[in-house]
Design a protein around this ligand. Structure first.
Ligand SMILES: Cc1cc2nc3c(=O)[nH]c(=O)nc-3n(C[C@H](O)[C@H](O)[C@H](O)COP(=O)(O)O)c2cc1C
Length: 188
C-alpha cells in the first residue's frame, strides 16, 4: 500500500495558503492512489522540542523516533510550508533536526563522508512553499531565497529526487520527477 507523508507547518489554519495547496495535492494523490495511507504530521499542532543534550548523547525521544519512522515509511512526501524571513520556519527546522539522524536517514562512509540512506528507495518529495513575494528565476529576488535551496539540499541529501517550488504552476512545468504528485499539480 503506497504511503504519503503530509507535513503542514503554517499556524494560520484555514487562512494558510500552503495548507490549501498541500491539501489539494494530497487529495489528488488519494484519487490516484485509492486505499493509499496518508500520515498527517502537523507541526503547528504538535510543536517539536529543539535538539537537547540527551538527543546529542544518543538518547532520542520517542517523538524523534516517530518522526524518523514517518519519513522512512513514506513513499512520497508533501511538505506544505510558509517562508519566514527568507528561510524555513523554526518549526520546520526543528523537524529537519529530528529526522536527519545518523544511522537512520544518513550515515558516514568509511571515508568519513556523510551520505543519505533513503536514496535507493525512490522516495519523492513535493515541497509547496507560500511566500509574500515571488522569488522565481527572473524575479530579481531569487538570491534572497534561502528556503528552496535548503529544502532541495536537505531532502536530496536523505532521499532523492525532490521538487521544490513556491509556485505550483512553475513546479508543474519545471519538475522533472515522474510521480503521481507531478500530475496532481495540474489540479491545483
Ligand atoms: C514571521 C513571518 C515572516 C515572513 N517572512 C517572509 C519572507 O521572508 N519573505 C516573504 O516573501 N514572505 C514572508 N512572510 C509572508 C508569508 O510567507 C506569507 O504570508 C505566506 O502566505 C505564509 O504562509 P501560509 O499562508 O501558509 O501561512 C512572512 C510572514 C511571517 C508571519
Amino acid at each position: 500500500m503506497p504511503t504519503l507523508l503530509h507535513i503542514n507547518v503554517s499556524p494560520r489554519g484555514n487562512y494558510s495558503i500552503s495548507r490549501q495547496l498541500g491539501a489539494a495535492a494530497v487529495q489528488a494523490w488519494q484519487k490516484s492512489n485509492p486505499g493509499g495511507r496518508v500520515i498527517e504530521r502537523d507541526l503547528a499542532k504538535s510543536p517539536l522540542t529543539f535538539i537537547d543534550l540527551d538527543w546529542i548523547a544518543g538518547a532520542f525521544s520517542a517523538l524523534s523516533d516517530q518522526l524518523v519512522s514517518e519519513v522512512v515509511e513514506a513513499d512520497e512526501i508533501v511538505l506544505a510550508t510558509p517562508m519566514y524571513n527568507f528561510a524555513v520556519p523554526a518549526a520546520l527546522k526543528a523537524w529537519v533536526d529530528h529526522v536527519v539522524r545518523a544511522g537512520k536517514t544518513f550515515h558516514y562512509t568509511t571515508a568519513g563522508k556523510p551520505e543519505g540512506l533513503l536514496a535507493g528507495k525512490d522516495k519523492k518529495v513535493l515541497a509547496i512553499i507560500a511566500s509574500g513575494a515571488n522569488y522565481a528565476e527572473g524575479s530579481g529576488l531569487t538570491a534572497l531565497d534561502y528556503e528552496v535551496p535548503y529544502l532541495r539540499f536537505i531532502f536530496g541529501f536523505m532521499a532523492s529526487p525532490t521538487c521544490v517550488s513556491s509556485r505550483p504552476a512553475e513546479l508543474a512545468m519545471s519538475c522533472k520527477v515522474e510521480s503521481p504528485l507531478r500530475s496532481s499539480l495540474h489540479l491545483i
